[in-house]
Design a protein around this ligand. Structure first.
Ligand code: GLU
Length: 429
């Protein structure tokens, strides 16, 4: 059965497609010449399922989106010693601000350029050549994406030619003994880190790895320790969106990192990774349409981190077959992750005849996305010849209709009668 998720993502893109606010970054010639119009989104669940819409295979350079991951890699290599060179406080300043913590002389956090340059210098040991360090970094980013990434060397060369600001940062870091390498080599290494190319699908998988406690959900490889993944997400949530980080957390509530080429990565712990791409940026350097997509996703899917909702990936409590009836018992909060896992279960079990009884007495709340996905999948099942019934005494699925009508409703007695016939299976399919 076709999942309604891709169509939902297409609709989201349509809602923002005509917005041409903002402008492409112009301080790197290759970005200034970039096509401003591509628009794409991808989601990856912690089970490794990907959904995408728009220009989802289009490649773009990661830029600052590399920062949280390379911070994670540095923690993996050096443990908490990383915190000797970089702090964990939001800076509230723009990404390339020439500022250090007044007393420690460390950059405020690894998400601003000063911090990212300092962290880059730790990779593969402080004595590493630029070439070896960059190879380790790109290899690591490839393990996160589950494929070898290409690198835009031409863009990196052009960026280095005009990198006065980042060079100033590197000199400042050197003058305080935060880095030891030659300033030009340090910036070269950092800029090459940023030039790794990804699609939104890659971003979604990389973000899902963070959401999944460091295990890449498609390859199954543990790429980061669970504590490192958690710390990386924590820093993203306080400092990932340049000087708009506070408003972002308030409004969207998804730990995220943006990059100047227009990518935007978001990771919701225990649930999913998100990648969007749209090159026009707002005055804070964040993708305009990317931000709108995240706002809509957060609202309609109930993804705000501060929602008191339980994580919904175990929404299907059991699937039991009693004669002609299959009873699907749902539980918890039916948010995006829950609805997605329900759809996946339903698609896996090729129901073609009899009656599907949905028991929602254990459901706590249903987000609008859950209702929408459920009604679309139930409509498809009904048109395939299946009868649908609901046991919903507290009306949790309010307004759920299948092809415009409310499905047959079973009261407790009727459900008990269905369940009085011993199940043919043990609930595991
Ligand atoms: N290479 C870029 C720089 O350091 C990355 C900046 C960004 O994406 O914010 O200027």
């Amino acid at each position: 059965m076709k999942s309604p998720v891709p169509q939902y993502l297409e609709n989201l893109l349509d809602e923002v497609r005509d917005n041409t606010d903002g402008a492409v970054a112009d301080y790197i010639p290759n970005l200034a010449e970039a096509d401003p119009d591509p628009l794409a989104i991808a989601l990856c669940t912690v089970s490794g399922r990907i959904y995408a819409a728009g220009d989802a295979d289009r490649l773009f350079t990661m830029q600052s989106i590399t920062k949280p991951f390379i911070f994670g890699l540095a923690l993996q290599e050096h443990g908490e010693k990383v915190l000797d060179v970089v702090g964990l406080e939001p800076s509230g300043e723009s990404f390339n601000e020439l500022s250090l913590d007044r007393s420690t002389h460390r950059p405020m956090n690894p998400m601003i350029n000063a911090g990212a340059i300092a962290v880059n210098q730790l990779i593969n040991g402080t004595e590493s050549s630029v070439e070896d360090r960059v190879a380790v970094i790109h290899d690591f980013l490839g393990r996160l994406a589950g494929r070898r990434l290409s690198v835009d060397g031409d863009l990196a060369d052009n960026e280095l030619a005009g990198a006065d600001r980042n060079l100033a940062l590197a000199h400042m870091l050197r003058s305080h003994g935060v880095i030891n390498d030659d300033a030009r080599d340090a910036v070269d290494s950092y800029i090459r880190q940023c030039a790794a190319e990804v699609s939104v699908r890659d971003l979604a998988v990389m973000a899902a790895t963070l959401a999944n406690g460091g295990v890449q959900p498609q390859t199954g490889e543990r790429v980061l320790d669970a504590g490192v993944a958690r710390l990386t997400l924590a820093v993203m949530s306080s400092a990932g969106m340049y000087d708009g980080a506070g408003r972002w957390m308030a409004r969207v509530g998804i730990p995220a990192k943006s990059g100047v080429s227009g990518g935007l990565l978001g990771s919701l712990p225990g649930q999913l990774g998100i990648g969007t791409f749209s090159p026009r940026l707002d005055s804070e350097g964040n993708s305009v349409r990317g931000r709108l997509l995240y706002e809509r996703l957060s609202d309609s899917m109930g993804l705000h981190l501060m929602n008191p909702a339980e994580v919904g990936v175990h929404a299907v409590r059991s699937i039991l077959v009693h004669g002609e009836d299959t009873v699907l018992t749902l539980q918890g909060v039916i948010n995006f992750s829950a609805a997605e896992s329900i759809l996946h279960e339903i698609a896996r079990h090729d129901f073609t005849e009899g009656r599907l009884v949905l028991d929602v007495t254990r459901v706590v709340t249903v987000e609008s996305i859950g209702r929408r996905f459920l009604s679309s999948v139930l409509a498809k099942m009904r048109s395939a010849g299946l009868d649908i019934a609901l046991h919903d005494p507290e009306d949790r699925l309010r307004e759920l209709t299948v092809d415009g009508d409310r499905p047959e409703s079973l009261d407790a007695e009727e459900l008990a009668e269905v369940e009085s016939e011993p199940p043919e299976n043990d609930g595991e399919w």
